[in-house]
Design a protein around this ligand. Structure first.
Ligand code: NAD
Length: 246
């Protein structure tokens, strides 16, 4: 049994897809959930509250450092501490590198990589004060294998893995655990940004022969946020139906 009861968990990207399902799994296990997103967080928090859970919606643009400090301060004011940060917010864009424009490359890096940097930068001082803490960052299969049309996305997620590994080693002596979950292709709205033929090719290429479900990823995120995983840090766990092991 994975225990996250009464843990205070900030989840970015909680307004949709994987983040929303992660938020609900935490709430079902009696964690106190901060649903942070640039849009949709109110709906997720309401669904959790209506089901008897504890959740607060907070506006957060992960690429804005001021937003992060506001979320941190409000979380501590409302719940007294922060125990877990799940950096799940992200964007994806399929475009050949030759056609990729600088503004779009920067936007990808600013949200997927800099947003993860900001989150870790803001919560780690709180973890040092309290003497413990967990961070789970979301990368992608695209950081491990060459997927068609995803140069900026692959770069952003590769950066998340390298940065997480470095910070995990540095903060392991402080009783802080930082891990990465690398999803394969998961059924969420983000797939709408890919042409249908790309999604079909992804499905066909997955050894499991199907797309993953957000709940199948969420259970790994919750495990890595629990005390049951206290000796696991600096790891990159692929939840991808076997693709990354081909
Ligand atoms: N679905 C997949 O197949 C898949 C595969 C590999 C990795 N991932 C990663 O999983 C994570 C979640 O993706 P998803 O499939 O649930 O996508 P999604 O589009 O359903 O959800 C992404 C969420 O991030 C939020 N977001 C976007 N920009 C933001 C910003 N600047 N600040 C705050 N929130 C912002 C969106 O509002 C949305 O709620 C992403 O990091 C994505 O790269 C997804």
């Amino acid at each position: 049994m994975v225990n996250v009861k009464d843990k205070v968990v900030i989840i970015t990207g909680a307004g949709s897809g994987i983040g929303k399902v992660v938020a609900k799994q935490f709430a079902e296990k009696n964690a106190k959930v901060v649903c942070a997103d640039i849009k949709g967080s109110e709906e997720t928090a309401k669904e959790i509250s209506d089901a008897g859970g504890t959740a607060l919606a907070m506006h957060l643009d992960v690429s804005k450092l001021d937003d992060w400090y506001t979320v941190k301060d409000r979380t501590i004011k409302e719940f007294g501490e922060i125990n877990v940060l799940c950096n799940i917010a992200g964007i994806s864009e399929a475009v050949d590198i030759v056609d990729l424009v600088e503004e779009d490359f920067d936007r990808m890096i600013n949200i997927n990589l800099k947003g993860t940097f900001f989150g870790m930068k803001v919560v780690l001082p709180e973890y040092l004060k309290s003497g413990s803490g967990k961070i789970v960052n979301i990368a992608s299969l695209a950081a491990h294998v060459g997927l068609t049309g995803l140069p900026s996305y692959s770069a952003s997620k590769g950066g998340v893995i390298a940065m997480s590994r470095q910070v995990a080693v540095e903060y392991a002596p402080k009783n802080i655990q930082i891990n990465v979950v690398s999803p394969g292709i998961i059924e969420t709205p983000i797939l709408a940004n890919n042409p249908p033929e790309v999604t079909k090719a992804f499905t066909d290429a997955t050894p499991a022969g199907r797309l993953g479900k957000p709940a199948e990823l969420a259970s790994m995120v919750v495990y890595l946020s629990s005390e049951e995983s206290n000796f696991v840090t600096g790891q990159v766990i692929k939840v991808d139906g076997g693709w990354g092991s081909k």
